[in-house]
Write a protein that binds this ligand. Structure first.
Ligand SMILES: [Fe+2]
Ligand SMILES: [Fe+2]
Length: 403
């Protein structure tokens, strides 16, 4: 369960009852944050009192509904807090519990908005029903952020750089879409989403100048950037209840099959499927994302790069499956080509699914109809830029479905 000690109120230990969610306990001076959880029986209560605990901080929203709270001095007591990296400290209370909750829900809303943006852009006009995925991503994000400690990381990422949060949410959503395509269990998908959300948390410690550099990094800068995985290792030891899958997704996204990756130089035998998936998805999002200084590549261009890395860096079989998950254009779907022409996918190409034959009839570049022509992408330098949902097309394509 996700909890935030900053949202808690302080109560005398003798008013603690079964069902309350404890986020911290206090001996005479010392605050201990390591035993968070719900009080489930009388023995636990007795043990706390007999071990000299004077006060407990409890999170009302995570406690049983029937609990009655008697705060020591609500609003005035400094609450124990963890900083974004999880180090235990006691800080004066600077924000009310309401403000903290408002901030958490703002971050969740923002993450949901980013997920929807990604899904719309990635799956628009594809076989997958965008609405269904949107709803489902909404649920995953909510449960990932509410039920896990990952919200701390999201908050830290967001403070560091707007793009970091967007990239993290994208990686989480793409991993979940990919995992769903591979038929992985719902629980595994959730663990992967958590891993995706926190995968670049180490970047919060990377120098801003390097992180935001709009050009190629020098070898020294790249070495510094690589440290984000060393920092990640330290940071995630403070994220409670992190599963092995989440941990692997986070720590393996820069590992390569031939052992030339970082931080551990793991080899193919040591890289589980979710670790291999994380590197594919991470590279894909980095290539396709729009940044202030560059326009993202089309998915077709990114697929080409992924394929060039398949075998020695990335798992070839998984790269093909990922392309299938993201990039299949079924017959009858509407696509925009790299020259701005819009057309209907007319016949598929078994060997190269990204290069079907397209019946073109309109130009988005010139905003007018063009002479109907059939473009076989297998024998053309053109490629599909993106799929378009029919309702997002400024003209009615219906007549062009006729032979
Ligand atoms: Fe990374
Ligand atoms: Fe990344």
């Amino acid at each position: 369960m996700q909890y935030d000690p900053k949202n808690s109120i302080k109560i005398p230990i003798d008013t603690l009852t079964i069902g309350m969610f404890v986020t911290a306990i206090e001996h005479s001076e010392r605050v201990n944050l390591s035993h968070a959880g719900r009080v489930s029986n009388n023995n636990a209560l007795k043990q706390l009192i007999s071990s000299g605990v004077k006060y407990a901080w409890v999170d009302q929203s995570l406690s049983a509904k029937e609990c009655i709270f008697k705060p020591v001095d609500e609003g005035a007591v400094p609450a124990p807090a963890t900083d974004t990296l999880g180090a235990s400290t006691v800080k004066p209370k600077t924000q009310s519990r309401y403000a903290q909750q408002k901030r958490a829900s703002k971050i969740i809303q923002e993450a949901k908005g980013l997920a929807q943006k990604l899904i719309n852009q990635t799956f628009e006009g594809k076989v997958i029903h965008v609405n269904e995925i949107e709803q489902w991503a909404d649920d995953v994000i909510e449960s990932v952020l509410v039920d896990s400690d990952a919200l701390h990381c999201v908050s830290a990422l967001r403070n560091k750089d707007k793009y970091l949060l967007e990239h993290s949410v994208n990686v989480a959503c793409l991993l979940v879409s990919f995992g769903k395509h591979l038929g992985l269990s719902k629980e595994t998908l959730k663990q992967m989403a958590i891993g995706g959300i926190i995968h670049d948390v180490g970047k919060i410690k990377v120098d801003d100048k390097v992180l935001h550099k709009p050009a190629k990094l020098t070898p020294e800068e790249f070495e510094h950037m690589k440290l984000h995985q060393v920092y990640a290792k330290q940071i995630i030891t403070n994220v409670k209840g992190l599963s092995d899958v989440s941990r692997d997704v986070c720590l393996m996204h820069h590992e390569k099959l031939d052992g030339s990756g970082y931080p551990s130089g793991l080899t193919a035998q040591q890289l589980p499927v979710h670790g291999r998936m994380s590197s594919i998805v991470d590279i894909y999002d980095a290539l396709t994302a729009d940044r202030c200084y560059k326009r993202g590549m089309s998915s077709a261009e990114a697929f080409k790069i992924l394929l060039s890395l398949a075998g020695h860096h990335l798992d070839k079989d998984l790269v093909y499956k990922f392309i299938n998950c993201i990039g299949v254009y079924p017959v009858g779907s509407i696509v925009e080509l790299s020259d701005g022409r819009v057309g209907i996918v007319w016949s598929s190409n078994q060997d190269e699914p990204l290069k079907p034959e397209v019946k073109c009839f309109y130009s988005r570049k010139y905003k007018r109809y063009v002479e109907v022509s059939y473009v076989d992408l297998k024998h053309s330098a053109l490629k599909i830029d993106k799929a378009i949902a029919p309702h997002n097309l400024e003209i009615d394509p219906t007549p062009f479905f006729d032979l």
